[in-house]
Design a protein around this ligand. Sequence first.
Ligand code: HAM
Length: 483
Amino acid sequence: MNIQNVKGTHDVILKEAQAYERIESVMKAIAESYCFKEFRVPVIENSALFLRSVGESSDIVRKEMYTFLDKGGRSLTLRPEFTAGIIRSFVNNKLYATKDLPVKAYYVGPVFRYERPQLGRYRQFNQFGIETIGTTSVYHDVEAILLGYTILTALGLENVKVKINTLGDALSRQNYKNALKEYFSNHIDDMCVDCKQRYELNPLRILDCKVKEDQDIVKNAPTMSNYLSDDAKKRFDDLCALLEQVGVDYEIDDTLVRGLDYYSQTVFEYHYTSKKGINYGAVGAGGHYDGLVKEMDGPQLEGVGLSFGVERVFSVLNDDELLADVDDGCDVFVMPMGEDANEIGFYLLTTLRQYGFTSEIDVSGSKLSSMLKKANRLSSKYAIILGEEEINTRILTIKDLFKQEQYKINVDNLIDFLDSRLNNAEDEHEHCSCNDEKEHHCCGHHDETQCCGHESQKHNHGCCGHNHDEEHHCCNKDSNKGE
Ligand code: HAM
C-alpha cells in the first residue's frame, strides 16, 4: 500500500533540509545577537489558550485549528502559532517576576493550520519568531521590525517591502470598530457568510476578506488613521521616525490589520516578490499586543513579536538562487580497492572524521571509475585511493577532484596536507600569485617564500612532508622536476 504524506504537509529532505538549517541558523544567530534566548514550548496546548489569545473572530480559531479530544477527554490543539504558547510559558513560569523585563524569547518549530493548501500555504509549516514581553516602549517595536529586516537582508534579499500600520490603543480601536460597523451596516447583506460573522464578532476582520466583490466594498471603508487618539498617533509617528533612523525602508499601509485578535498599536508585515515574479504572501509578520499576558492571568504587561514562515523564506531564496551553495559537499571520499582494503579504509575514515573532515567511504568493492563518479556526485573535494600498494608503502594516492590533480602523500602527513588544503589554503595563498611551474604538485605550495612561508630549505613541509632538496621520499619525485 502506497501511503502518501498528509495533504498540506511536505517533506523537507536532503539539500532542502540543509537550506532550512542555513536559514534557521542565520535567524537564530541574529536573534541571539539581539540578546533573545531560546524558548522551546510544547506543540500541543489546551484549546482554550488559542480561543482566548488568537481570538474567536480570527480565521485561525474559527476554521483552521487542529483540535481533538485526548483519551482523558481534554480538548487539545496543535499550536497554530507560537505567541500564545510563549506568553503562557512566560506566565506559568512567573517570568514576569524578574527584575529584568522585558523577557526576550526566540523560537522555531512546526505549526499547524487547516488551510486550503496552495502556493506558500501549508497545513504544517515552520515558524521562526521572537517575542519581547514586558514592555510598552516603542523602541522594542522598532527593534522587532529591525531584527526581521536584518534577517532577510542577511539571507541575501534586497528590496524587502516592510508594511507598517497602527491599530492604536483600545479607545482608538473601539472608535474605529464603531465606524466600521456603521459603514458596513449598509453593505453587510450583500457580503459573504464569513463577513457576516466577522461583522458580529469583530468588524476589523472584514478588512482582510479575500472575496473579490467584498474587497470592492472594503476599499471605501473608513481608515484607522482618522480614529487614532493623540497618544496613539504620536507613538506611531515616533515609530516611523525611529525606523528611518535605523535605515528600515518601510511603507505605511492603513489597510493592514492582521488576522489575529491580540494586536494593538504597531502591526507590520514583510513582503517580497521573488525575481521570478512569484509572490508567496507575507514572508513574516508581527505586532505589538497589550492584553495577552493579562488574558493568561498574568499582570498587565505588553509585548511585541514577529514570526517568519520558514517555507516562504525558503521559497523566495530558492527562486532567487540564493541557496545554491548550501551543500558543502564532502571533504574526502575514501576509496578502498577491494574487500581487504575496507578495514584500513574504514579506520582512515574514522580518523578523518575525528579531525573534523566531512568524509565518506565506498565499501561496495566497485570499480575505481564508478567510485570516482560517486565521489563527484557527492561533490567531494578529495578522493583517497587505497589499494594494495598504498597499504604496503603507507603512501596514499590522493586526487584533487576539482583540479583533477593527483598526489602521493605519506599517511603520516595526510592530516596536515588536508588541513593546509581545506582549512588554510586560501589564507596561505591570499597575497601571492602562485606560479604553476614552481608549484608542488603534491601540495600546491611553491618554492618561493613570500606567499605562504614555505621554503625549499625547510626540509619537510608541514603540509606534504616533501623535501625540496632531495628526492621526495613519499612519492619519489624531485621538487625541481615537479611530478
Ligand atoms: P501570522 O501572520 O499568522 O502571524 O504568521 C506569520 C507568518 O507565518 C506569515 O507571515 C507567513 O509567512 C507564515 N504563514 C502563515 N500561514 C502559513 C501557511 N499556511 N503556510 C506557510 N506559511 C504560513 C503569527 O503567527 C503571529 N504569531 C506573529 C506574531 C508573533 N505576532 C506577534 N508575535
